[in-house]
Design a binder for this molecule. Structure first.
Ligand SMILES: Cc1ncc(COP(=O)(O)O)c(C=O)c1O
Length: 371
């Protein structure tokens, strides 16, 4: 069914999943906030929420941790097929395992789908959020939730809206939801943009998803190699990569920080400023994925549970102060079907020219207002 974005797809599942006292929501710490947010629905209905940590250096989730978590209780497992922070591709084999143990599975494919084939006849997740502009760049504002019909029947929608019902009475106080996916499509859909999804899918098909996959993998491997080889004059590394250091078991997203000649992290806002002045589009911050960030910066669970963090503060910098973090996040380079070798050359040349043997000025940076 169509949704406004992948977030809308996650929300449809969260608000309607039959969480109850005694059931569980198992989440990998590496999750986008749009999946993390499902925990609030689970908690409100008395379900237990279990997070599985990411382990350095590759920031993957341990198979043993997953098996142990799924050996308890029943409920929903939610994880990304590919991390939007580190690019880690988490095992699709967990889907079958979760089913054997009585869990439903939400597989977040938002970061995976643009350059990887997801064969839904071979792996059978119950719910798969997708965001179409991430696949072919346009249109924004259209996502979808792919769902097994049997899984949809287990959901209980907390409300109804225009377009979702078969019949309803105002004075009678009853309603009957539509028996198909339209029961989940609230109100008027983005009907002018949705037909563009057909063109986008055909365009990607014409290029070939396997070709896109190979291209993205090679650009990723090559970039990782070149980032590793960036050194200051005394041989110390200029770059710290978070997540896998090779292209094995990962997609085309590389999170890193630039290090100055003393080995200190260069403020990510400086890198954002310099790359954007050079016309290079990269993202900086924590990428709506706090768990991967907490793993990357090795923040202790005890510190994260500090009471001081639970109240609203002036801005994000105040939170970073409590956590004792030197920077507000990482820098992220992502590759897709339009990326090419020249893009990599330009990024590497900019990093080398701007930061080799230099400590950049950090004046006049705007405060970090929010995550
Ligand atoms: C892995 C992942 N999941 C979910 C989302 C949310 O997608 P949307 O912005 O389409 O709601 C994103 C967005 O970047 C993402 O990368």
């Amino acid at each position: 069914m169509f949704t406004p974005n992948a977030t809308g797809a996650c929300r449809l599942v969260g608000e309607a999943y039959p969480f109850r006292r005694g059931s569980r929501l198992v989440l990998t710490a590496d999750n986008h906030n749009s999946v993390n947010g499902i925990r609030e629905y689970a908690r409100a209905r008395g379900a237990r929420v279990a997070y599985l940590p990411v382990r350095p250096p590759e920031l993957r989730v341990g198979d043993d941790d997953m098996r142990a978590a799924l050996s308890r209780g029943r409920g929903l497992l939610a994880y990304p097929a590919q991390s939007n922070f580190t690019g880690v591709q988490h095992p699709l084999g967990w889907i079958g395992l979760a089913h054997e143990r009585g869990y439903d599975v939400l597989l977040d494919a938002a970061a995976f789908a643009p350059a990887n084939r997801l064969d839904l006849s071979a792996v059978r997740p119950d719910f798969v959020p997708v965001s179409w502009y991430k696949v072919f760049g346009y249109p924004t504002g259209v996502g979808c939730l792919l769902a097994r019909r049997s899984a949809l029947r287990r959901l209980r929608r907390p409300w109804f809206a225009g377009g979702t019902i078969q019949a309803v009475s105002a004075l009678g106080g009853w309603h009957v939801l539509a028996s198909d996916e339209t029961a989940f499509e609230d109100g008027t859909l983005n009907f002018l943009a949705i037909p563009d999804v057909t063109f986008g899918v055909e365009w990607v098909d014409g290029i070939g998803l396997d070709l896109i996959h190979r291209r993205v993998s090679r650009l990723t491997a090559w970039t990782l190699e070149r980032l590793r080889s960036l050194r200051h004059g005394d041989g110390t590394p200029m770059i710290r990569v978070y997540g896998p250091s090779t292209a094995e078991g990962r997609g085309g997203t590389i999170a890193f920080n630039v290090l100055d000649p003393r080995g200190e992290v260069v403020d990510e806002r400086v890198v954002a400023r310099d790359t954007s002045a050079a016309g290079i589009s990269i993202r900086t911050g924590c990428f709506c994925n706090p768990g991967a960030g907490e793993g990357a910066f090795r923040i202790e669970r005890r510190t994260l549970r500090s009471r001081a963090l639970r109240r609203p503060m002036r801005d994000l910098d105040a939170y970073l102060g409590v956590l004792g973090l030197p920077s507000g996040g990482a820098v992220r380079a992502s590759f897709g079907l339009v990326s090419n070798e020249a893009d990599v050359d330009r990024l590497i040349a900019l990093l080398a020219d701007t930061y080799r043997d230099r400590t950049p000025r950090e004046q006049a940076l705007h405060p970090r207002e929010r995550c």
